[in-house]
Design a binder for this molecule. Structure first.
Ligand code: ADP
Ligand code: MG
Length: 731
C-alpha cells in the first residue's frame, strides 16, 4: 500500500507543466465566441424574431411558438457552423449539480434521408426523465416526468460540440425542481418593488436589475495524490490526516506568486471562460496552501448564477487536463482555512444608477440610504432564513471555524455610515421639520456621504454581510453552493421590505406630509427597527456570540436546525405572498436538504470505517510488530532486566500507545456501525438528519483523533495515505 503513496508523490513531483498555447492576447477577439449573444442573434435571426427575443430578455415577454421556431433555426445554423453536433437543455437540479442530456441534431427526413433537425418545440420545452433528480416527495413515482423550459434571459452557448440551452426545471405538476425557477421569480418581485421605490426619486426608472459578482474559492490537489486518498475521491475532503508542521501560519501563500503549474491551468481556464462569455477578472492565491480564488466582473444575477455553475463544471474538467483535481468542498483540510463563495450583490436601475452607491447629490444619497437601510432590515427580519439558505453539511465545518463568520447573521456598514444612521435616528423627528433642520440633514449629513466614504472604505472581513462601498458582500455562502439559494431569500425579503416601506411612505404622504419628510421618517423607523443586526466588531470573537444572543439574533450552527427555517410560518408567508415558492415547494426543499445531509455523513462514516479498519489498523499493527521484534532483540542482547528496560523503554511505551489507539478505533468503529443501523430506523428524514448530526458526526471526529495520533507514531515509510504536507505542498 505505501507504494501507492510514494508512487503518487513521485508522479506529482515529476508532473510536467502543461503549457497552453493561446492564439491571441486580445481577449476582446475571443470573448463570447461560443455564446449565442445579441450580436449573433441579430445576424442569425429575422428582425421580428430578434426583437421578440430581446423583449423577452428585457421585459420578460413571452415568445410565441412561431417565433421560437425561427429562433431554433437560427441557433441551429450558428451552432452547426461552430461544429456543434448535439444540443441539450441545461439546468440546475436541487442536488446542486448541473444536468444535461445530449441529443444529436441528426435525424431522418421524410424520405429516410439523414438531416439535422432542431425545432422550436425542442428549444422551448423538453421532458427529461426527472426520476433521478431529487424532488423531496413532489414527484410521484408513477409520474417521473419533469419539464425543462427555455430561459431566454440566459443565452445559449456551445460546450464540447453541444449547444447548451439554459432552462428551468419543473415537475409534471408545475412545481419547481431547480434553483432557477424561484430565482427568476424572486428577481422579478424585487424588480417591481424596487422600481416603485425608485420612482419616489426618479420617475424614469422602469426596471431594477440585481447584480451579482461571486468570488469562487477552491483548492487544487495533484491528481495522483488525490487518487491515493479514497476519502478525497469519495467525499471531497480528507476525513483523516495530521496537520503538516507548516501550513498557513507564515501567511506566505496569500501574497506569494502563483505556482507555474497552477498558473498554466488558470490561463487555460480563463481563456475557456472568455469564450463562454464569463467575464473573469481577478485570480489570486488564497490564505491556505494550494487554495486559490477566481472572480469575474459582476453581471445580472440570473446570468451570474449560470456562469458560476458553468465555471465550476469547466474547472473540474480542465483541472484534470492539467493533472489536478479541483476541490469545491467547504473544508477539505482540517485546521486550515476552508473555501467560501462570497456573493457581492447590488441593485442597478435601467437608467444606470447603482442603488447601493452613494451619489453626487443629496437626492441620490437619500435614495442610496433608502435602499441601504431597507436591505439591513430585510436581512434582520429574515436572518434565520438566510442562514438556512446557506446551510449544508460541508458548510458547517467552515462557519465559525476561526476563518469564516459564525452562524449568526449581522450586517457591517463601517464607521462612517453607522454615524450617518445614528445621526438620522437622532435628528429626524415626527413633528414637522423646520427648513433649517431639513437643510442640515441634506447638506451636513446626507450630502457628505460620498466624500467621507471615499477615503473611508473600512473593511471588516469577519462580518457575514458587509457593505463594501457600493455593494453588499454575503460571505457565509459555501464554495460548492449555488449562489441562487441565498439570492432567492435576499431578493424576496428585500422585495417585501421595500413594499412595506413604500406603503408607509404613501400613507404619510396621503396624510399631508411632504414626500422628502415622509421618506426621512420612514427611514428613521427602519433604522431603529433593524438596529440589533448591525455589528461593527470582530465577528470571530467569543464575545460576539454572547452579545448576539443578548440581542436575540439567531445563531444556528447545526445544518438540520437551520433547514427548519424553511418551514417557519414567516417563510411560507413571505414566499407565497410573492409567488416565489409554494408551501409544498418549500417543504420539498426542506426534505431534499435533509436527505443530502444524511447521505453525506453516511458516506463519510462508511469511508472512515473502511479506511480505519482496512488501511490504518493493519499498517499500525505491522509497525507495532517491528517494535516488538526490536524489543525482543534488545532483550536477547541485554538479558539483564535493568539494561533491557532502559534501552527498550520508549519502544515499549509506543507499543502500549499503539495498542490503546487500536483498541479505541476498533471499538468506536463498531459502535459507529451499530449507531448507524439504529439511526437509519428513523423514518422521518428531518429527525434522521438531526441524529446523523448529533450522534454519528461526533464519531467521525473521535476516530479521526486516534488515527491522526497514530500518524505521528508510525514509520513514515509505512503510512499508506498521502500526508497533508504532500497533498498541500506538492505542486
Ligand atoms: P474583494 O476580494 O476585495 O472582496 P474582489 O475584487 O475579489 O474583491 O471581488 C469583488 C467582486 O465584487 C467582483 O466580483 C466584482 O465584480 C463585484 N462587484 C463590484 N461591484 C459590484 C456591484 N455593483 N454589484 C455586484 N457585484 C459587484
Ligand atoms: Mg470579497
Amino acid at each position: 500500500m505505501p507504494q501507492l503513496r510514494f508512487r503518487a508523490v513521485e508522479e506529482a513531483l515529476r508532473r510536467p507543466i502543461k503549457d497552453f498555447e493561446v492564439s491571441t492576447s486580445k481577449i476582446s477577439e475571443i470573448f463570447a465566441i461560443n455564446v449565442f449573444s445579441r450580436d449573433k442573434m441579430q445576424r442569425y435571426l429575422s428582425h421580428e424574431a430578434f426583437e421578440s427575443v430581446i423583449s423577452a430578455i428585457d421585459e420578460g415577454r413571452r415568445i410565441d411558438r412561431k417565433i421560437a421556431a425561427q429562433v431554433a433555426a437560427g441557433m441551429k445554423a450558428w451552432a452547426m457552423e461552430q461544429g456543434a453536433t448535439h444540443y441539450t437543455h441545461w439546468f440546475h437540479p436541487l442536488n446542486g449539480a448541473t444536468a444535461e442530456k445530449h441529443d444529436a441534431f441528426f435525424s431522418f427526413g421524410r424520405n429516410g434521408e439523414a438531416i439535422e433537425r432542431f425545432s422550436g418545440d425542442l428549444l422551448v420545452q423538453q421532458e427529461p426523465d426527472a426520476s433521478s433528480f431529487p424532488s423531496g416527495g413532489i414527484r410521484n413515482t408513477f409520474e417521473a416526468r419533469g419539464y425543462s423550459a427555455w430561459d431566454p434571459s440566459s443565452p445559449a452557448f456551445i460546450m464540447d460540440h453541444t449547444l447548451c440551452i439554459p432552462t428551468v426545471f419543473v415537475s409534471y405538476t408545475g412545481e419547481a425542481l431547480d434553483f432557477k425557477t424561484p430565482h427568476l421569480k424572486s428577481l422579478n418581485a424585487l424588480d417591481k418593488a424596487a422600481t416603485a421605490v425608485c420612482n419616489f426619486f426618479d420617475k424614469d426608472v422602469k426596471k431594477v436589475f440585481s447584480t451579482l459578482g461571486w468570488e469562487q474559492e477552491y483548492f487544487l490537489v495533484d491528481e495522483a495524490l488525490f487518487n491515493a486518498r479514497p476519502d478525497l475521491v469519495l467525499t471531497g475532503r480528507t476525513i483523516m490526516g495530521h496537520a503538516a508542521a507548516k501550513d498557513q501560519q507564515l501567511e506566505d501563500h496569500y501574497f506569494g506568486s502563483i505556482p507555474e503549474r497552477v498558473s498554466a491551468f488558470m490561463r487555460h481556464l480563463e481563456i475557456e471562460c472568455y469564450k463562454l462569455g464569463i467575464p473573469v477578472k481577478t485570480r489570486h492565491n488564497e490564505v491556505a496552501p494550494n487554495q486559490f480564488e477566481l472572480a469575474p466582473i459582476f453581471e445580472e444575477a440570473n446570468l451570474a448564477v449560470d456562469h458560476n455553475q458553468l465555471l465550476m463544471s469547466l474547472m473540474d474538467k480542465l483541472a484534470r487536463r492539467h493533472g489536478f483535481r479541483v476541490l469545491f468542498h467547504e473544508k477539505p483540510f482540517k485546521d486550515v482555512n476552508g473555501s467560501g463563495k462570497h456573493c457581492n450583490w447590488s441593485l442597478l436601475t435601467d437608467t444606470g444608477v447603482n442603488l447601493l452607491s452613494p451619489g453626487g447629490t443629496p437626492k441620490n444619497n437619500l435614495q442610496f440610504l433608502t435602499f441601504l437601510v431597507n436591505t439591513i432590515k430585510a436581512v434582520y427580519d429574515h436572518s434565520a432564513l438566510l442562514l438556512g439558505s446557506i446551510a449544508s453539511e460541508p458548510n458547517t465545518h467552515r462557519l465559525g471555524a476561526n476563518e469564516a463568520p459564525p452562524a449568526i447573521m449581522s450586517v457591517f456598514i463601517g464607521k462612517t455610515l453607522s454615524q450617518v444612521l445614528d445621526d438620522l435616528e437622532e435628528k429626524v423627528h415626527e413633528n414637522k421639520m423646520t427648513p433649517d433642520e431639513k437643510t442640515e440633514l441634506k447638506l451636513d449629513i446626507i450630502g457628505k456621504i460620498p466624500e467621507i466614504l471615499l477615503d473611508n472604505t473600512d473593511r471588516n472581513r469577519t462580518s457575514p454581510f458587509a457593505f463594501t462601498g457600493n455593494r453588499f458582500e454575503f460571505r457565509a455562502v459555501g464554495s460548492s453552493a449555488s449562489c441562487a439559494s441565498p439570492m432567492i431569500v435576499l431578493s424576496t425579503a428585500l422585495a417585501d421590505q421595500l413594499t412595506l416601506f413604500k406603503a408607509d411612505v404613501d400613507e404619510l404622504i396621503a396624510s399631508g406630509v411632504k414626500k422628502d419628510e415622509a421618506i426621512f421618517q420612514c427611514i428613521r423607523k427602519v433604522i431603529i427597527a433593524s438596529k440589533p443586526v448591525r455589528f461593527e466588531g470582530n465577528g470571530y470573537s467569543l464575545e460576539w456570540i454572547e452579545e448576539a444572543a443578548k440581542r436575540g439574533l439567531p445563531n444556528i450552527p447545526i445544518a438540520p436546525e437551520a433547514f427548519k427555517t424553511f418551514l417557519l410560518p414567516s417563510t411560507t408567508e413571505l414566499f407565497t405572498r410573492y409567488g416565489v415558492l409554494t408551501q409544498r415547494e418549500l417543504h420539498a426543499r426542506y426534505e431534499i436538504r435533509n436527505e443530502i445531509f444524511v447521505k453525506k455523513v453516511q458516506i463519510e462514516a462508511r469511508v472512515l470505517s473502511d479506511l480505519a479498519i482496512n488501511h490504518i489498523v493493519p499498517t499500525v499493527i505491522a509497525y507495532q510488530n517491528v517494535l516488538i521484534e526490536n524489543v525482543k532483540g534488545i532483550k536477547e542482547l541485554f538479558p539483564d532486566e535493568n539494561d533491557y528496560c532502559t534501552l527498550a523503554g520508549t519502544q515499549l511505551l509506543s507499543i502500549r500507545k499503539i495498542s490503546g489507539h487500536i483498541k479505541e478505533i476498533r471499538e468506536k468503529v463498531k459502535e459507529l456501525v451499530e449507531k448507524r443501523k439504529e439511526v437509519n430506523q428513523e423514518e422521518n428524514i428531518a429527525k434522521r438528519a438531526e441524529l446523523y448530526s448529533s450522534v454519528i458526526k461526533p464519531y467521525l471526529e473521535e476516530i479521526r483523533f486516534h488515527i491522526d495520533k497514530l500518524e505521528l507514531i508510525v514509520d513514515n515509510q509505512m503510512w499508506p495515505l498521502p500526508k497533508y504536507r504532500e497533498l498541500m505542498f506538492i505542486r
